[in-house]
Design a protein around this ligand. Sequence first.
Ligand SMILES: Cc1cc2nc3c(=O)[nH]c(=O)nc-3n(C[C@H](O)[C@H](O)[C@H](O)COP(=O)(O)OP(=O)(O)OC[C@H]3O[C@@H](n4cnc5c(N)ncnc54)[C@H](O)[C@@H]3O)c2cc1C
Length: 356
Amino acid sequence: MKKQGDKIKVCWETPAVEILKNAKGEVVGAVGVRAGKKVIVRAKKAVVLCTGGYEYSRAMRSAFLEGPGINGWAFYGTTSNTGDGIAMGMAAGAGLQKTGKSAARVIVPTQAKFNGMRIGSITPSVGSPNSIVIDNYGKRYEAETKVTDNPSRYFFYKAAVQFDISSLTYPRTPSWMIFDEKLRSSKSLVALGISVVGFGLVDWDKENLKAIESGLILKADTIEELAEKIRNHPENKKRMVPANLVETVKRFNQFCDDKKDADFNRRPATLGKIEQGPFYAMPLVAGGPNTKGGLLANADREVLTWEGKPIPHLYCVGEIASALKFVYQGGGNLTECLVYGRHCGKIVAKLPDTKL
Ligand SMILES: Cc1cc2nc3c(=O)[nH]c(=O)nc-3n(C[C@H](O)[C@H](O)[C@H](O)COP(=O)(O)OP(=O)(O)OC[C@H]3O[C@@H](n4cnc5c(N)ncnc54)[C@H](O)[C@@H]3O)c2cc1C
């Protein structure tokens, strides 16, 4: 829709599917598809790919993500990011860099799905008082506050996707947030105003009751009973040892009395006992807003071949080739888009016109 004064025509509902080159191998345009018909867009100066990450590409998640790429991950970014630009860039000869990286922690995989992949939700309640995070065997494995604190929250997924070479399983996929009635009744466990709940993709209420009624959150009167329910959950695969969970909760509650987490040094202000039944367990998997690595590119955002040669007149900006990899810091994603977008735009504007 072109508004008066706009210099750029935006073609809505026209996903790009292919990059066009001339006989010399220079990029001269792109092909899109609108209402089932091909639309060819001629590039006067260059094609700049900015189609985001591959959060909702089954094939790329399986290929690139650490751990079980489909069921072991969930994202809360846009469902239209299916890695198209990465595929188009590769077809045009591009190499890849750090494509398996993500700005991720652990989040709840809700029951809402897109193309068979569970949609995750921002889960700021992880690390709250009256809660812990455990593996499939009933043991804590990190300070829960690292899931929400800076800077660890941007790469906590590295701990969550750990593979155990003895049992040949992923002991922390899924992880489980164990909490009590005090936390359940005090606040929503997920972010309600923004992201997937705010945009209506996921149905979640302030009291967390819908998630309990749907069976996503398990509920029990005692910790022993809760452990049995986790054990019988298909994703736990009978790995839970109920005595472990009972001991873990007892030990954590002692740390709360001591005001010191002797195992993982969790932030003391968050040490609140898990003691008021009923008790709950919510699955958590690796996930976050978006994937980060992608096409191989230089500082001017020229897309490079595996040999490091620029593909003439092909550029990329944003998550499709994030320079931050998995060490994203607050605000870094958008800053990167703005800084590189502007820098790349200035370079592209000065290029000689492409010729067919
Ligand atoms: C809930 C949430 C909170 C966030 N908070 C922050 C924050 O506080 N700070 C921060 O720095 N970052 C934050 N981020 C991350 C930030 O929004 C992203 O890093 C940034 O938007 C990435 O920009 P991008 O242009 O690379 O990709 P996107 O913004 O994802 O845009 C990609 C676009 O490409 C389109 N597209 C995909 N395929 C095609 C195709 N074939 N043809 C045409 N178009 C296509 C998609 O529809 C999409 O509109 C947050 C993300 C989410 C989801």
